[in-house]
Ligand binder design. Structure first.
Ligand code: CMC
Length: 428
């Protein structure tokens, strides 16, 4: 490689491909002309070495444990900013001025209500439906209600549908919870903050006033910031792929929610807390560590390991600090936190985890906090989806605005039968 070119030797030919550089991070070899010149595809299941797009939103250096949104380190945003401010940043590229932030927050709060008929949808679900099943269905159904913002070629439509999605997610998620426990839905209260309003719709009841606990509101807002975006992860790539065909934004976000649900992705926070509760006491940790290392046992330490981070996930650092703050503010103790701390310590000193560079990720501690706040485990991934919606819409908007955007269409290495003739059923 040299002079910003890479040369591939294939079939006796030299194929020269341009090398492109971003602002920071590894260069990429632009292989778009490779098939035309060599007749070969590249092979990269799981996209471990493939960049699928240009993006100016989020940067991760997994080896160093760095996460930047529009250049700003996640630790600084979590410490000093608010979820509304981070949402503005992700969508618009710059931190807002005071009037810009209040205008954006007002716009979002004006879209918090759901179409009344959409509320009827919930009654079609079983009471014990998983909130993520409800979220997939209700978010997908938004496209049946908001026809006036689904022309993806129109930037104003894209903006309105982005605001609608960010604004309505808390109402949708809170209603999924209320439905599961048989309590009446609460309408949004736009005098509250984005996060305060969500807490009230989730934990309030119409029969009495609800007071938002400032420490819980702060912690929840921070959790939303930590989950807001994470560049081209599985659900974001799903949103981009769905959107690349020109599908409407509500359908694309519903696809993202479906992908996020899996235990290897957003479902890991639920799985991590279930695992910590199953472990129960520190003396049982070694047994679970041995299981995680056993190749013949499918068990993995949930909340550990990451495709990109081969260092401590910077979001996990903030999460761990937030657990302490929430526990102090609510004056709660939970033996599960002690199990989590001991498990982390033992795993970080175990050669298996050291060698494979497996560190706690964002999900390791988030379940402990969410449970202390009062959320059932089934709501955890729904909260992740709520917060990630802003990242999804920012990435979707970026893709649609890119003049070079094409439908996503991977290739394959075919390993099935070569061509053969149809056999009549009596001859098989
Ligand atoms: N416990 C035990 N071993 C593990 C773990 C774990 N949590 N994670 C990875 N490994 C081992 C794995 O068995 C493999 O070993 P070997 O090389 O001997 O086959 C090696 O480490 C590499 O793992 P991989 O599955 O090839 O790595 P990946 O990049 O495909 O997977 C991951 C990343 C996040 C899916 C995986 O680490 C995992 O399943 N972790 C548990 C689930 C989890 O916490 N997910 C949340 C991710 S962060 C939030 C989000 O993005 O949604």
């Amino acid at each position: 490689m040299g002079d910003n070119q890479a040369i591939l030797k294939a079939d006796g030919k030299d194929i020269t491909m341009p090398v492109r550089s971003g602002t920071i991070g590894p260069d990429v070899i632009d292989i778009r002309k490779m098939y035309g010149e060599s007749g070969m595809f590249t092979y990269d299941p799981g996209f471990t070495s493939t960049a699928s797009c240009d993006s100016a939103i989020t940067y991760i250096d997994g080896d160093e444990g760095v996460l930047l949104h529009r250049g700003y380190p996640i630790g600084q945003l979590a410490e000093h900013s608010s979820f509304m401010e981070v949402s503005y940043l992700l969508l618009n590229g710059e931190l807002p001025s005071t009037p810009e932030l209040s205008d954006f927050s007002r716009t979002i709060s004006r879209h918090t209500m759901l179409h009344e008929q959409l509320m009827q949808f919930y009654r079609g679900f079983r009471r014990d439906a998983h909130p993520m099943a409800i979220m997939c269905g209700v978010v997908g159904a938004l496209s049946a209600f908001y026809h006036d913002s689904t022309d993806i070629a129109d930037p104003t439509h894209r903006k309105i549908s982005s605001h609608r999605l960010i604004a309505k997610m808390p109402t949708i998620a809170a209603a999924a919870y209320k439905y599961s426990i048989g309590q009446p839905f609460l309408y949004p209260d736009n005098s509250l903050s984005y996060t305060g309003n969500f807490l009230r719709m989730t934990f309030g009841v119409p029969a009495e006033p609800y007071e938002v606990h400032p420490a819980v509101e702060k912690a929840m807002d921070r959790i939303f910031i930590l989950h807001a975006d994470h560049e081209q992860n599985a659900s974001t790539s799903t949103v981009r792929l769905a959107g690349s065909s020109g599908a409407n934004p509500f359908a694309c976000i519903a696809a993202g929610i479906a992908c996020l649900w899996g235990p290897a992705h957003g479902g890991a926070n639920e799985a991590a807390l279930n695992m910590l509760q199953e472990i129960g006491t520190p003396d049982r940790i070694p047994h679970y560590i041995e299981r995680a290392k056993d190749k013949n046992d499918p068990f993995r330490l949930m909340g550990f390991g990451h495709r990109v981070y081969k260092n401590y996930d910077p979001r996990a650092t903030v999460m761990q600090k937030t657990v302490r703050e929430v526990f102090d503010a609510l004056k709660v103790t939970d033996p599960v936190f002690e199990v989590a701390m001991r498990l982390e310590e033992m795993a970080l000193n175990d050669p298996y985890f050291i060698e494979k560079k497996l560190f706690p990720n964002v999900d390791f501690y988030s379940g402990v906090i969410l449970s202390a706040i009062g959320f059932p485990t089934t709501m955890f991934t729904a909260l992740f989806a709520l917060a990630r919606t802003v990242g999804w819409v920012a990435q979707w908007n970026e893709m649609i605005s890119d003049p070079g955007q094409k439908i996503g269409r991977p290739r394959q290495l075919y390993t099935g039968s070569a061509e053969r003739d149809y056999l009549a059923i009596d001859k098989r």
